[in-house]
Ligand binder design. Structure first.
Ligand code: COA
Ligand code: AMP
Length: 631
């Protein structure tokens, strides 16, 4: 049995101070901590209180000092532009130090926030690390969000500076970022002092005199800055993620616990040794990009790949295999949806055979449930372990995983394996009692959470308590439902809130409903996530119109779709809104979204005992059928 693994887990839970205190020696500290785990403000915990370090030093400068100066730190591979650029640790240090100087020139000091709204270009990672170098708190906003979403984040984070680029590149179109940024700044109440903009040759941006400055110009004027010591508990970044309303939650990450945990995961979870080439095929706008494109691989002295492309269409379904063979990737991490896209285009895996994949040792999948079909396809064609692992923006690293560097456990398809050391995962019923093995309930983590997880939400301690700690006292609510089987394997089945997962992206149906409700003809609406072969789930909207509206339904639906695209962004993948006469509700007026979803996905459902008028379900079924669902 998994004796070694079990012993490590046991120590991590019975002696967290000893366990994480030992691991923390892997990080260079400017000042050692006073307490490994500070319980004084429980249930809000802090790790390594009193300690001082610099995350950028540990991720970059340290490797230059310790013999990796000429090793590649970042490989930027962009099938969108046909460019490949390589940066050694020394080159990365020089660029980061210089951009830190550019930020300093603009008056950015420790504790100031910097919003980074950028495509997948090296300057994005350089900007993140430069913030870390001088103690500025970065907040990266994914490029697929619309101006309104960016404005919400600008108002919440109140940045001194925004770093952006003239454009992003999506297959077949150039996404002009600057008009989106200008739109966001017009909408936002908070006005940053300055925007630093990378001018890309595919589309140059018009710069606002006195406010905007080109990246190159800012770099030319800058003097390189050294790393400043920061408290372990100082924030490193804020990453906004979907909450249950249109107001995103600002997940805070600290410096100390984050550096300790992330470096450790590279070897323990992924089996990556310093010097190995590691590729997280995600986007720096998501937590996977923060943790596993930028911070963890660099903290561990790996070479990380920054890929500006897609799994298919750039140019074909062999794109990932080309990158693996060109750069000798040892570990690949992506979302199942990427593999579903590849499988769809190259079902027989013919393109796999065109490349030398001998460097690849493991594939990790996360971000959504891994369907066994896709997992088996990947195992069959890649002939390496395919590891499903479960985590969230809030946790920053995996809650459950088959830890390649500790002891490989037998794989059970459909399960992301067992809790990683540091995590005490339980399943609770509605009364907060632990369920029996195999029984579904709320997946929760016993407090304190391990280092690197969110200590709180940005300027919103009470919201943090309410959203995560209040329902099950003593536990962190993951908002995922699932069960633990008799062997201790965790199965993650569904969200318990209104979050859906579209192409590995986390979206709030509540936020989409808020947008739809703002349409002048809409009296009431509901958005549910329906099963999609490629993206896992996609949102589907229902609109009830105001009395007396006699416009064409198709026009209203199209306007509703466009409204979500304009206000949330194309990433929402919101393509269908159906007009219905009424929505099914309980007698107390709660919309029966779960039942609607089961009907849409052609799953059996029980007539809810509290339903107000059962006949509405027939109307909904008919509407879903005409939209191509409920077969
Ligand atoms: N900037 C601007 N627009 C973006 C964007 C960005 N950074 N990223 C995506 N979009 C747009 C897309 O162009 C698309 O627009 P469209 O409606 O005009 O076609 C829309 O947002 C939806 O994007 P997506 O859901 O990614 O769908 P897609 O059809 O473009 O691609 C996949 C499908 C499967 C190829 C793609 O989702 C993918 O590569 N997934 C990999 C998984 C991943 O990276 N997950 C992140 C967490 S690990
Ligand atoms: P995000 O915060 O965007 O990383 O999304 C986190 C959510 O994605 C989780 O709460 C889960 O609902 C889902 N998720 C992530 N990884 C997995 C996985 N391996 N299996 C099932 N669901 C997952």
């Amino acid at each position: 049995m998994a004796e070694k693994f079990d012993a490590i887990v046991k120590r991590s839970l019975t002696d967290p101070e000893g366990f994480w205190g030992d691991i923390a020696r892997g990080i260079e500290w400017d000042r050692k901590w006073d307490t490994v785990l500070d319980r004084s403000a429980a249930p809000l915990y802090r790790w390594f209180s009193g300690g001082q370090l610099n995350t950028c030093y540990n991720a970059v400068d340290r490797h230059v000092a310790e013999g990796r100066a000429d090793q590649l730190a970042i490989i930027y591979d962009s099938p969108m532009t046909g460019r490949i650029e390589r940066f050694t640790y020394r080159q990365l240090r020089d660029l980061v130090a210089r951009f830190a100087g550019a930020l300093t020139n603009e008056g950015v000091v420790k504790g100031d926030r910097v919003i980074i709204y950028m495509p997948m270009i090296p300057e994005a990672a350089i900007a993140m690390l430069a913030c870390a170098r001088i103690g500025a708190v970065h907040s990266v906003v994914f490029g697929g969000f619309a101006a309104n979403e960016l404005a919400l984040r600008i108002d919440d984070a109140a940045p001194k500076i925004v770093v952006s680029a003239s454009c992003g590149l999506e297959p077949g179109r150039v996404v002009a970022y600057k008009p989106l940024l200008d739109g966001a700044l017009a909408l936002a109440r908070h006005k940053p002092d300055r925007c630093i903009v990378v001018q890309r040759e595919q589309e140059l941006a018009a710069l606002v005199p006195g406010r905007d400055i080109a990246w190159d110009e800012a770099m030319d004027k800058a003097t390189p800055q050294a790393c400043v010591p920061l408290a372990a508990t100082d924030p490193l970044y804020i990453l906004y993620t979907s909450g249950t309303t249109g107001e995103p939650k600002g997940v805070v990450r600290d410096n100390g616990g984050h550096a300790v945990a992330l470096r450790w995961t590279m070897e323990a979870v992924y089996g990556a040794k310093p010097g190995d080439v590691y590729w997280a095929a995600s986007d720096i706008g998501w937590v996977v990009g923060h943790s596993y494109i930028v911070y963890a691989p660099l903290l561990n002295g790996n070479t990380t790949i920054l890929y500006e492309g897609k799994p298919v269409g750039t140019p074909d379904a062999g794109a990932f295999w080309r990158v693996i063979s060109d750069h000798k990737v040892k570990i690949l991490f992506t979302a199942p949806t990427a593999f579903r896209a590849i499988k769809r285009d190259d079902h027989e895996g013919k393109l796999v055979k065109d490349y030398d994949l001998s460097s690849l040792q493991a594939l990790f999948l996360a971000g959504e449930r891994s369907d066994p079909d896709t997992l088996e396809w990947a195992e069959r064609h890649l002939k390496v372990p395919v590891i499903d692992h479960w985590w969230q923006t809030e946790t920053g690293w995996s809650i459950c995983a088959n830890c390649m560097g500790l002891e490989k456990l037998p794989v059970k398809h459909g399960s992301p394996s067992k809790p990683v050391p540091g995590w005490d995962i339980r399943v609770l019923d509605e009364q907060g009692r632990e369920t029996r093995a195999g029984e579904i309930g709320a997946l929760v983590a016993k407090l304190p959470l391990p280092p690197g997880t969110l200590p709180t939400l940005w300027k919103a301690d009470q919201r943090y308590r309410d959203a995560y700690l209040a329902e099950f006292p003593g536990y962190y609510k993951t908002a995922d439902a699932g069960f633990i089987d008799e062997d201790g394997y965790v199965f993650v089945m569904a969200r318990t809130d209104d979050i859906i997962n579209t192409a590995g992206h986390r979206l709030s149906t509540g936020a989409m409903e808020e947008v739809l409700a703002s349409h002048p003809d809409v009296a009431e609406c509901a958005v549910i996530g329906v099963a999609d072969e490629l993206k896992g789930q996609v949102p589907l909207g229902f609109l009830v119109l105001n009395a007396g509206v006699n416009r064409q339904y198709a026009d209203i639906s199209n306007e509703a779709v466009q409204l979500v695209r304009d206000r949330i962004g194309p990433v929402a993948s919101f393509k269908t809104a159906t007009v219905v006469a009424r929505l099914p509700k309980t007698r107390s007026g709660k919309i029966l979204r779960g039942t609607m979803q089961r009907i849409a996905d052609s799953e059996p459902y029980k007539m809810p005992a509290t339903i107000d008028d059962p006949s509405i379900l027939d109307e909904i079924t008919a509407a879903l059928r005409s939209a191509g669902y409920a077969r």
